[in-house]
Design a protein around this ligand. Structure first.
Ligand code: HEM
Length: 427
């Protein structure tokens, strides 16, 4: 898809550098002339938003780390010191904590966009699986980050989740002791979580580079799910078309982000985390951050501890097999009448699971959690069958055709003329 390079060095220096390290050529070919389908909607701006959020989390995190103390007796107070004494410390902390939530909002939109438009299907399987790896790394990072303020939820959340590993036969207890660095969640646990919380975002960064590399090999999917046939007619150059759209999407996203940071900075957090960690007092209700809730509901739905842990990991792992579970040849749900209904039902199932994860582990929530866990996995099984029996709607012949079909009469004709004269790097 990236095709041959269209970069022409202009100055003597550019020619000199290009012969030694063609980095400007790389940037030009992947961010300027790179052809993108002309029909991408705003859901395609979330990849760029995610890159922005990753960088924002790293920058705010590195500065927070300059003022934070990873010690069980000082961590809580050092966070209060950041909030009260450090210049703009409150802003840094709220940007980072709300940033984590916004990062997950963006990644969930990004994943569901992929599910709706079948972006996981050939030839994008590796791109998708790299995404699942990023998602897992993000969850590990967020979980360890939440432990750092050493409040009640930090401590008890860490205790509940690390304890899950004890369900593994034979090696379980050894793994838990190894994770804790002792016989309970304590200072060594906090220390290693801090170290890993600092490391993992850079690993995410590395996988994101692979993710974008894989994307640039196969090219973007698009709302029709029909692949690019004629680069001249079906695509536009990344700059200015996609860049300007991405920037606009990003600015809108930043407004929402800013609303939470400045007006509702603790809306997505839990009040108990403003109480210092106390191993002697268990909170009445231990809940993880909102973005873990659907998986937490699946964990608690299974009566057996090991079974719950396996179901929770299976709920994420099953995503990696989706390219092979979905048997339909048609990518976009726009043209899949049955799968489309199942998709929306699946979205509702995930939201209900999130709600159930926030409820106490008692009836009727436990029974509902079991039903909705079954429905969650049911979606993946149904895709195997629906792909075989479903009769898809007629696909457009090409991306350009679908764009032209959306315009009526005169405007269609003028768009056709515009298509013919469209400036395109591949031209
Ligand atoms: C730090 C997290 C992530 C970053 C920075 C990131 C970045 C990007 C970017 C820049 C794009 C191209 C623009 C777009 O299509 O929106 C993209 C596309 C894509 N991403 Fe991600 N991504 C992340 C996480 C994920 C996850 C968790 C998944 C799936 C589990 C995923 C699956 C995909 C797929 C399938 C595409 C191609 C979409 C298409 O062309 O239709 N990504 N990603």
């Amino acid at each position: 898809m990236s095709g041959h390079s269209t970069y022409v060095p202009k100055t003597g220096f550019e020619r000199w550098l290009d012969a030694r390290l063609p980095i400007v050529r790389l940037m030009h070919d992947s961010a300027v002339s790179y052809p993108v389908p002309r029909n991408l909607n705003y859901l395609w701006t979330f990849g760029g938003i995610l890159v922005f959020m990753l960088v924002a989390q790293i920058v705010t995190g590195v500065i927070l780390a300059m003022h934070y103390t990873p010690h069980a007796t000082m961590a809580f107070n050092s966070v209060e010191h950041i909030m009260r004494d450090v210049n703009f410390g409150w802003l840094l902390r709220y940007l980072h904590s709300n940033g984590a939530s916004m990062f997950f909002v963006a990644v969930y939109v990004h994943i569901f966009r992929g599910l709706y438009y079948g972006s996981y299907k050939a030839p994008r399987e590796v791109l998708w699986i790299l995404g699942v790896v990023i998602f897992l790394l993000m969850m590990a990072t967020a979980f360890m980050g939440y432990v750092l303020p050493w409040g009640q939820m930090s401590f008890w959340g860490a205790t509940v989740i690390t304890n899950l590993f004890s369900a593994l036969p034979v090696v379980g207890e050894t793994i838990v002791t190894f994770l804790w660095g002792g016989y309970s969640v304590d200072n060594p646990t906090l220390n290693r979580f801090f170290s890993l919380h600092y490391l993992l975002p850079f690993m995410i960064f590395g996988v994101v580079i692979l993710h974008i590399w894989a994307l640039h090999v196969v090219g973007q999917n698009n709302p029709t799910g029909v692949e690019v046939k004629n680069v001249q007619k079906d695509t536009v150059p990344f700059t200015p078309y996609a860049t300007i759209k991405d920037i606009f999407g990003m600015v809108c996203f930043i407004f929402v982000f800013a609303y939470f940071v400045f007006y509702q900075p603790n809306f997505m957090g839990h009040a108990d985390n403003y109480i210092p960690a106390n191993p002697a007092v268990t909170p009445t209700h231990i809940v993880p951050e909102w973005y873990f809730l659907p998986f937490y509901a699946i964990l608690r739905a299974i009566p057996d501890k090991l079974g719950g842990v396996l179901a929770m990991f299976a709920a994420i792992a099953v995503l990696a097999f989706l390219p092979w579970l979905d048997t339909s040849k048609v990518k976009s749900m726009r043209y899949r009448p049955v799968a489309r209904v199942l998709f929306w039902a699946f979205l509702v199932v995930c939201i209900v699971l999130g709600y159930l994860g926030a409820m106490p582990a008692e009836e009727p929530f436990v029974t509902y959690s079991r039903i909705f866990t079954a429905l969650y996995f049911g979606y993946f099984i149904s895709l195997v069958l629906v792909g075989i029996f479903e009769k898809p709607a007629k696909l457009p012949n090409s991306i350009a055709d679908s764009v032209l079909a959306n315009t009526k009469g005169g405007s269609g004709a003028s768009l056709a003329a515009a298509t013919a004269s469209e400036p395109n790097a591949k031209g």
